[in-house]
Design a protein around this ligand. Structure first.
Ligand SMILES: *Cc1c(COP(=O)(O)O)cnc(C)c1O
Length: 389
């Protein structure tokens, strides 16, 4: 493929690796030169089932034979089916469909702002990530993502992760919602503590504010539960999701508890492609595959296994500072830049990610097996050895 086309015609909003991916199956991807890689960060968090899961491919092929798109002033079957599956497996209420994580969060923000004219403040976390639209950039508590785009929408305030006292001090009657990720993903794989989660839920109840959980990255089985909040014994009022929901097809959604289903009325919010039948058919196939293949249990089990292997590397190398995460959303914090390790692993045909500069992010498909984990950990081991020498 001619990469010069990118230089000439594609806006440079990404630094691209010098690799052109042309095919994917399960844990594996191939580039245009026929090189095979093990992908431990498939789809930037959108590949919980790996590449081209056969049930997703079949569902998409079946749907595209019938109708590609249905405007939302008509009914379409896959949208209703996917909404039912989401609600039966999360909070009791209803779903709005859109096309991305940012759009899901944007809709959640609009919903909580519309609920009460006297409550407009939304508390989010420092080092969070909620998307690239102008409101979700304002919600994102990292100035790097905001610089240059001012003026930003007002009303967002940032609390330190896991600082219950700070959250308490920020709560007022003006707070519409508290919004955060159960595990900060782009913020360096930082899980929220059970104490913080419980306190946030209680404070929202005390101040009549809504709890929005952004599960765009943590959702769809990633942590060993369908949604990460299910580890914490609480429920959010609004739950946003995207990334892996479509098994590789773009889709976003938010679920909202029954009490708040009347806030958005016909005409008050929408999305042309939201709930597209091809995307929803893919989503149904994803959720059905997770259930049929027992993948939540596998994510928990393989998560423990991978964590054990990574923790063993920590004992071996001083440059490994901490291993953390839940299920198969794991981070290995280093004392050195992670990009060098990622590059070395790519040379050995293993694809990883580094987030927050020093955190290796390991998010393999949740149907990963122990022998694949062993192969990848051996490559990381070599890369760490090289960086230490
Ligand atoms: C990726 C991500 C988003 C944004 O999703 P897009 O589909 O890129 O808009 C929002 N929140 C979290 C937690 C994410 O990881």
């Amino acid at each position: 493929m001619d990469r010069k086309l990118f230089d000439k015609y594609v806006l440079k909003t990404y630094n691209r690796f010098p690799v052109t991916l042309v095919k994917g199956r399960g844990m594996k991807v191939w580039d245009d030169k026929g090189n095979e890689y093990l992908d431990f960060f498939p789809g930037w968090g959108a590949g919980n089932l790996g590449h081209c899961h056969p049930k997703v491919v079949a569902a998409v092929c079946n749907q595209i034979e019938n109708i590609l798109h249905v405007p939302n002033v008509y009914y379409n079957e896959p949208q209703g089916e996917l909404a039912k599956l989401i609600i039966e497996n999360s909070i009791d209420g209803q779903v709005f469909f859109c096309n991305s994580g940012a759009e899901a969060n944007e809709g959640a923000i609009k919903l909580v702002r519309k609920r009460n004219p006297h409550k407009k403040v939304i508390i989010t976390l420092k080092n969070s990530f909620h998307g690239r639209t102008i409101a979700t950039v304002a919600a994102t508590g990292q100035s790097d993502y905001q610089k240059g785009f001012e003026p930003l929408p007002r009303g967002f305030e940032y609390c330190e992760v896991n600082n219950v006292d700070m959250l308490k001090s920020m709560m007022t009657d003006k707070v519409a919602a508290v919004m955060f990720e159960p595990i900060l993903g782009e913020g360096g794989i930082v899980p929220v503590t059970p104490e913080f989660m419980t306190a946030a839920r209680q404070l929202c109840d005390d101040y009549d504010a809504l709890l929005i959980l952004d599960e765009v990255q943590t959702g769809i089985g990633r942590t060993g539960k369908l949604f990460a909040y299910q580890h914490f014994g609480i429920e959010p009022d609004v739950l946003t999701m995207a990334k892996s929901l479509g098994g590789g097809i773009p889709i976003g959604a938010f679920a909202v508890k029954r009490d708040y289903c009347d806030i958005l009325q016909p005409g008050s919010h929408g999305s042309t492609f939201g709930g597209n039948p091809v995307a929803c058919a893919a989503g149904v196939a994803v959720l059905e595959a997770i259930a049929a293949e027992n993948l939540l249990a596998n994510a928990a089990k393989m998560g423990n296994y991978l964590r054990k292997q990574l923790t063993a590397l920590k004992a071996e190398y001083d440059i490994v500072k901490e291993v953390r995460g839940i299920g198969l959303m794991l981070g290995m914090e280093l004392t050195v830049p992670g990009v060098d390790i990622v590059r070395e692993c790519r040379k050995q045909n293993v694809l990883l990610n580094c987030t927050h500069k020093t955190v290796l992010r390991l998010m393999p498909a949740i149907n990963v097996t122990a022998d694949i984990i062993d192969r990848v950990v051996a490559v990381i081991d070599e890369a760490l050895k090289g960086a230490t020498a």
